[in-house]
Design a protein. Structure first.
Length: 747
């Protein structure tokens, strides 16, 4: 740090450093220059490019603009040490890492009352000598632990099946806050539990050598248990980012052969209770810690060093190995957990409620590598279950501004709005551009049924989802949302049409004899079609060729649990994690998140309880738009006449966009990279006279920049719209049975 003076507690500051060489190199040593009296902890990221070109900046603006990986961490006066011989972190060259970004968390601003300037930092040793073994970190972390007050023993269990190439753990580190008694980690192979490491989190949190040499291979299970006590607390303690919360983390440092290297892996899956019936009893026994040892670990660098040396002497060690302290990944976890708690609380999953046991872990995007072998099952708590919701929000608000810090956004997702100029249009001044109908667009002559959904495929072709000869009217459903026209069979014609956006030539068709009442559609980066059918109450994933990959929901059976929908309306797919969101829908007022394989992760939202809807309440969540530039998911809250935006990883409410010009209904929302949000309203049931039109808005401010309507006809029921990065906007009308194309032109 170039001499900084934080003025607020829990300040996060970032500083970048350009690697001296673009050629492939290896980091083999870290030497911290820090003191816990001023810095709570620091993290070193490897980046393709930093989020800012300033000398230093508030990390709330992000750390990396693209590729991001955690390479080093420090906390509690951890001593320096080297990695084992022939082991290194790859940087430069094709690794994509060309910058280091240092993030320092300054916990207590009182340390800077004398206005002194801080220069916390780390020296990184790099060599161009090829390392045959690549280092990595595997993090096991509990997300759903609740510690009741005064309860003597509480277990937090984590376990994941390991499916990657063989890895070789050589060091481990445990982390909890004040209530942790012991953390134990194991490899489970053919029912046999082999200890990786066991330690008290109240001792210096260094990386200690693994107890015995071992490997981890596909088919093994990695498992960990944290033992907590609630004694001394007067209320429940939850997982979170503040000192009064708790954490349960086991870091396993490993190496892999360079050809198969995977530098970061994470497990946040709650362990199956039947598995943990067989955990060795020693995992349930606290490690005795004397008060002087705790003081050493929290304050005295010299005392901590002595204790570490005594502790290490009791454990076997390879010749080249030393205790390695990579510090505390505190900001990763506190940010992630803190943002969740003000909206949702994590629950242990019920295996009977999910399709199978392989779900994707939430923080894959934090650690760059994504693998569908891990997951976390989460569920919104009703207000009566968490009466302290507002208090929790206040408690962790300091961490909310880090929401973009740890998400490695592909495709320059953290680039500034003014940097993007799609289609030659300067988004810095989007108000100078006006959308006008392309009146000679051949697509106006397509023979379509009710147009319910629009999307763009990876080649920027327009994808139309329509209902053919089926019509949704007052006779379609009974009072229990059961489809009444099942006997006429599915739509026989192709319901999905991929058309050239200029000539409107049909390039591909799919969806014959599959759907009854199509609704929403999106296309992911691999060209897969994600669609909803309100008659079937189902969500479909179809391959690029139209073949069915999987279906969620039970045909013609509406429901409100984790495996059934009730007239689901739309799907949005996260381009980084592959997780997808479902707006559900006409009779359920919720947003659901699933892993790429369709496993339930979490949900949020409820029906509006009054005419003036609160944040997170819906009257038909009708359309979804991911805003990857800001890590948000925006929802067209149709009958509340507004757009609500939420943090896409946690479901935390971020903002509402509502204008008088919307009237009482907003049907659809779409986002184009560069900062413009598009929406279309609909005819009102309440007698207001606002015209039906499209809107272009500044996403950051919500300001309406432009409105647009067809030239020769009026919108009747504009049901969906999609915006292209080249500036074109398409609107599909469910009553006019047509699609309009609008293009930007100078005002």
């Amino acid at each position: 740090m170039p001499g900084v003076t934080p003025t607020e507690s829990d300040t996060y500051l970032c500083k970048s450093y350009r690697l001296p060489e673009d050629d492939e190199a290896y980091v083999v040593d870290f030497k911290p220059h820090a003191n816990m009296a001023t810095a709570h902890h620091m993290l070193l990221f490897g980046c393709g490019a930093p989020s800012s070109t300033e000398e230093y900046w508030d990390c709330g603006a992000g750390t990396c603009r693209d590729k991001s990986s955690i390479m080093y961490a420090w906390a509690r006066n951890a001593p320096p040490t080297k990695l084992p011989k022939d082991v290194g972190f790859k940087v430069g060259g094709i690794s994509g890492i060309h910058y280091f970004v240092l993030q320092v968390h300054y916990g207590d601003a009182k340390a800077f009352q004398d206005k002194h300037k801080d220069c916390t930092g780390v020296t990184v040793q790099i060599t161009q000598e090829r390392q045959p073994l690549i280092a990595g970190i595997y993090l096991l972390m509990s997300m759903d632990t609740v510690i009741p007050p005064e309860k003597k023993a509480v277990y937090a269990d984590i376990a994941c099946a390991y499916e990657k190439p063989a890895m070789y753990p050589f060091a481990y580190r445990v982390h909890t806050h004040q209530l942790g008694q012991v953390v134990s980690g194991y490899r489970v192979r053919n029912g046999k539990w082999t200890l990786i490491g066991r330690q008290s989190p109240q001792l210096p949190q260094a990386f200690y050598p693994v107890e015995h040499s071992l490997d981890v291979r596909p088919g093994d299970i990695l498992a960990a248990r944290c033992l907590f006590t609630g004694e001394g607390r007067t209320s429940n303690t939850y997982i979170g980012g503040t000192s009064s919360d708790e954490m349960c983390n086991l870091y396993i440092m490993y190496y892999m052969e360079a050809a198969h290297a995977n530098s970061y892996m994470t497990c946040v899956r709650t362990g199956d209770p039947s598995l943990f019936h067989h955990i060795p009893e020693i995992a349930n026994i606290p490690v005795p810690v004397s008060p002087d040892m705790v003081m050493m670990g929290h304050g005295s660098h010299h005392g901590m060093k002595e204790h570490e040396e005594r502790n290490i002497q009791q454990q076997p060690k390879r010749e080249e190995e030393q205790v390695l302290d990579q510090g505390d990944f505190y900001s990763v976890l506190s940010k992630l957990l803190g943002e969740r708690e003000d909206v949702v609380h994590v629950h242990k999953y019920n295996p009977t409620d999910i399709i199978n046991s392989d779900l994707v872990e939430e923080i894959a995007d934090v650690v760059q590598k994504k693998d569908p072998g891990w997951y976390i099952s989460r569920q919104v708590l009703a207000h009566q279950e968490r009466p302290d919701t507002i208090l929790v929000r206040d408690r962790i608000h300091k961490f909310h501004r880090l929401e973009s810090t740890l998400r490695p956004p592909g495709n320059n997702m953290l680039s500034l709005v003014q940097e993007a100029k799609p289609g030659g249009v300067d988004k810095q001044h989007p108000g100078d551009v006006h959308l006008e109908e392309v009146t000679d667009w051949p697509g106006l002559k397509l023979h379509l049924g009710q147009v319910s959904g629009l999307a763009l495929d990876p080649n920027n072709n327009l994808v139309i989802f329509h209902r053919g000869d089926h019509v949704w009217d007052e006779n379609s459903f009974d009072g229990n949302f059961i489809y009444q026209e099942r006997g006429i069979g599915p739509i026989e014609e192709s319901t999905i049409l991929v058309v050239n956006p200029n000539s409107s030539k049909i390039l591909q068709s799919a969806g014959k004899n599959l759907f009854y009442l199509p609704h929403g559609i999106t296309v992911d980066r691999d060209g897969n079609f994600w669609v909803t059918d309100v008659a079937l109450h189902q969500v479909f994933k179809l391959g690029p060729d139209g073949s069915r990959i999987f279906t969620l929901g039970k045909a013609f059976q509406p429901g409100s649990d984790r495996v059934r929908f009730c007239q689901p309306t739309d799907v949005a797919v996260d381009p980084i994690t592959g997780n997808f969101f479902v707006s559900d829908g006409y009779c359920n007022s919720r947003i659901m998140q699933f892993s790429p394989q369709g496993m339930f992760i979490m949900q949020w939202g409820e029906a509006s309880s009054s005419r003036i809807a609160k944040p997170g309440e819906f009257r038909i969540p009708h359309s979804l738009a991911l805003v990857p530039d800001h890590g948000q998911l925006c929802v067209a809250d149709r009958e509340n006449g507004r757009i609500q935006c939420f943090h896409s990883e946690t479901g935390r409410f971020v903002k509402e966009i509502k204008h008088t010009a919307f009237g009482s209904r907003v049907f659809a929302v779409s986002y184009a990279s560069g900062g413009t949000l598009y929406a279309v309203n609909g005819k009102s049931y309440y007698g207001d006279s606002e015209p039906v039109q499209g809107f272009a808005m500044n996403f950051t401010t919500g300001e309406i920049l432009d409105t647009f309507v067809p030239v020769k006809k009026n919108f009747d029921m504009p049901h969906d719209l999609v915006a292209s990065d080249d500036g074109a906007v398409y609107v599909g009308d469910a009553h006019a049975n047509t699609v309009w194309k609008f293009s930007p032109s100078e005002k």
